[in-house]
Design a protein. Sequence first.
Length: 340
Amino acid sequence: MKKILVTGGAGFIGSNFIKHILHCRDDIFIVNLDKLTYAGNLENLIDCVDNKNYVFIKGDIVNDELVKYIFGKYEITHVVNFAAESHVDRSILGSEIFFRTNVIGTNVLLENAKVFNVEKFVQISTDEVYGSLGKDGLFKETTPLHPNSPYSASKASADLAALAFHHTYNLPVVITRCSNNYGPYQFPEKLIPLMIINALNDKKLPVYGDGKNIRDWIFVSDHNIAVELVLERGKPGEVYNVGASSEMKNIDIIKLILEQLNKPDSLIEFVKDRPGHDRRYAIDSNKIKIEFDWKPSFKFQDALKETINWYIKNQNWWERIISGDYLQYYKSQYTDRTVI
Ligand code: NAD
Ligand code: TDX
């Protein structure tokens, strides 16, 4: 039986990962360590509470004593580190917590993984560590790191720490760098859920800059199947890019959302650009495709529809969030949504 420490498992991707694993595997015991920041939500995991292969612990990955205790008590054999501060705009408002959680927290996990001789440490990274592309080209695993935001700089730092632990101590570290995820349970500060919810409420949809920035979108369950494969078969010291070759301009996604919801384009509002806004991300996933026969199953337009329907059906989930204190704080800080 693998005993996996999943960190950040109450967030968007982590909660989808835990449900996927508990649904299809009975040879994996999961300890979910999550600080329950504004982005962590135990409602995401309501179906898992009674599962005999699952336990939740509220706590911070920066807390070395707690992390040590968990590795010892649960005889952890594997780590999947999703825990992070994950929103670029928040990192622009204040970077300290990003470096604390994403870098120091990852280092605490790596140190303990070394002491307890884990069999695999999967670091969940992002394509944003590569920086921004021009019109052409794709990020490959060999593309030099060129992070542009405090968020991506903290993620790139964590990647380097993880690779250093492999090089220096032979820790079996594997890194995944995935493109933009979307799907159920994504916190409504990220582009797709924010636009769906604003449109449902007939509120303005704030588009940064000219709306022509490009992201490469992947449905969350396609990402998580890749993570499971890397957990099983990833080669220590290696990096695997994960993406679904679905490049889209932000404005085109927003128009698709408005169309499906039968809402007018007049809800679109062009606002001041994000400082340092990366223009284009696009990822080459050939390595994971060739080595592990992974391929994405979901087409963007179909899975976007599925996602929109999920937010329509799960209004209680997001209403509790948007009426809560955590978003009020963020909104009061983010005063720079100047309409242009
Ligand atoms: P999220 O913000 O939805 O969830 C993050 C989770 O981590 C939350 O449950 C939060 O409570 C927890 N957390 C934060 N700080 C913690 C700490 N100090 N200790 C313990 N738990 C803590 O993020 P997400 O979108 O699910 O992203 C998960 C991971 O995937 C992140 O590492 C992110 O960098 C990476 N990633 C995300 C995307 C994307 O499009 N969302 C794409 C590529 C990579
Ligand atoms: O209100 C908005 N208006 C807007 O135009 C928001 C929230 C975003 N945008 C733009 C900015 C980006 O070009 O949409 C694009 C996507 O923005 P986000 O959803 O904030 O994602 P991004 O900045 O691309 O980062 C995401 O992908 C990589 C995740 O948040 C990261 O955690 C992940 O690593």
